[in-house]
Design a protein around this ligand. Structure first.
Ligand SMILES: [Zn+2]
Ligand SMILES: [Zn+2]
Length: 376
């Protein structure tokens, strides 16, 4: 008997936080049960009650797609639901025969008692946050979003909810964007300078989002604006969705640089070192991306100039957006999860990194690998 008492006392010294450990385990276990409106499976974010996935990364039967960027909209799902202006872009990228239903913002679809609706995310044309409501409980999945209106995608609208799953691509205090008007003044000045020197201005930017934002906000009074094939096709799809875009001339597949002298050419990053862009040399090159805010990226960039222009929210934008949802619980995903979750926790908010909350290995490289198509 005496030995047993000593054994138990020893145990206590060895594992002083045993009771708390038990409590934590219990909490964690609970956090992935069906009581949650959304859970994380190997195919992606899943609502069991409605049997739908949001931006799944593996083939599923029913997928709600926040926007047409390739890391969110994948091929092979049986049934797609997206915003109607995403429709033509999704068909262009995933095939015209996909089984797609489109809705307007704020137009709910009810599946097995779950009310699902899309709300403007301000990220790119047709981008949406997904709101799910079931038995009075509301969850919102932000998808990618930005808070500054870009003039072309429908401006971000905060949606009140209990649980908000937010992206955090630029979730560090060092990311603070200048107003769009100021960035475009810099871009216009850069173009004018190159033009005065009789040079081509070659701007690299993502084909969906950044390119249209450039087209919409650039000063057409300066000169002729050209786009690469890929962007030209995306533009056509966007016009088909009913969004007006200023005209831009398609660059030939085998361009003769004399034709483009003094002009501005917009091309996707993927063609930067291709035959196409080599034929345009010597040109003054630039990249438009939020990552240009990092000195490291500035140094390692492949183009001569870098403009800090992002289609994601910066640090103040993320914080303002989160606060505006009034959410009592915030789950941070897609980027600098621990930094933002910690900051929110310090402010007294119940916040989690997604992979901890859902207890998965779900982790993403915060920074894109070189040569990838940045969707920011
Ligand atoms: Zn994304
Ligand atoms: Zn995106």
């Amino acid at each position: 008997m005496h030995r047993w008492i000593i054994f138990v006392i020893n145990l206590f010294y060895l594992y002083p936080d045993w009771p708390t450990l038990q409590a934590t385990r219990h909490r964690e276990k609970r956090s992935n049960t069906l009581s949650h409106l959304l859970q994380y499976t190997e195919k992606g974010l899943y609502c069991r009650q409605a049997d739908v996935y949001i931006d799944p990364h593996r083939t599923v039967s029913r997928a709600v797609i926040t926007h047409a960027h390739s890391d969110h909209a994948r091929r092979g799902h049986k049934y797609y639901l997206a915003h109607h202006t995403s429709g033509p872009i999704l068909r262009l990228r995933l095939g015209k025969n996909i089984n797609l239903e489109t809705v307007e913002y704020n137009q709910p679809v009810v599946i097995n008692g779950v009310r699902i609706s899309l709300h403007p995310a301000g990220h790119v044309v047709g981008s949406a946050q997904v709101r799910l409501e079931y038995e009075g409980e509301v969850w919102v999945v932000s998808g990618d979003y930005k808070t500054e209106p870009d003039g072309i995608s429908q401006a971000f609208e905060p949606v009140r909810c209990h649980t908000f799953i937010t992206e955090s691509t630029f979730g560090l205090p060092i990311f603070q964007w200048q107003p769009q008007a100021q960035i475009f003044e810099e871009i216009n000045a850069w173009w004018r300078r190159n033009q005065a020197a009789g040079k081509i201005s070659l701007m690299m930017g993502y084909s969906l989002g950044k390119s249209q934002r450039l087209l919409h906000n650039i000063d057409y009074g300066i000169g002729k604006v050209f786009v690469h094939d890929t962007i030209w096709n995306v533009n056509a799809a966007i016009r088909q969705a009913g969004i007006a875009l200023p005209e831009a001339i398609k660059v030939d597949r085998k361009p003769n640089r004399e034709v483009y002298s003094g002009g501005l050419i917009i091309g996707p990053m993927s063609v930067f070192r291709s035959d196409w862009s080599i034929r345009l040399q010597p040109a003054v090159t630039a990249t438009a991306s939020g990552w240009m805010a990092l000195r490291k990226m500035q140094r390692s960039r492949t183009t001569e100039y870098g403009f800090v222009l992002s289609d994601h929210a910066d640090w103040p934008g993320l914080n303002a957006a989160i606060e505006a949802t009034g959410a009592t619980r915030v789950i941070v995903t897609h980027g600098y999860e621990s930094a933002l979750a910690r900051h929110l926790t310090e402010k007294g908010c119940e916040a989690y990194e997604a992979h901890r909350f859902f207890r998965t290995g779900l982790l993403r490289e915060a920074m894109p690998a070189e040569g990838t198509e940045w969707d920011e």
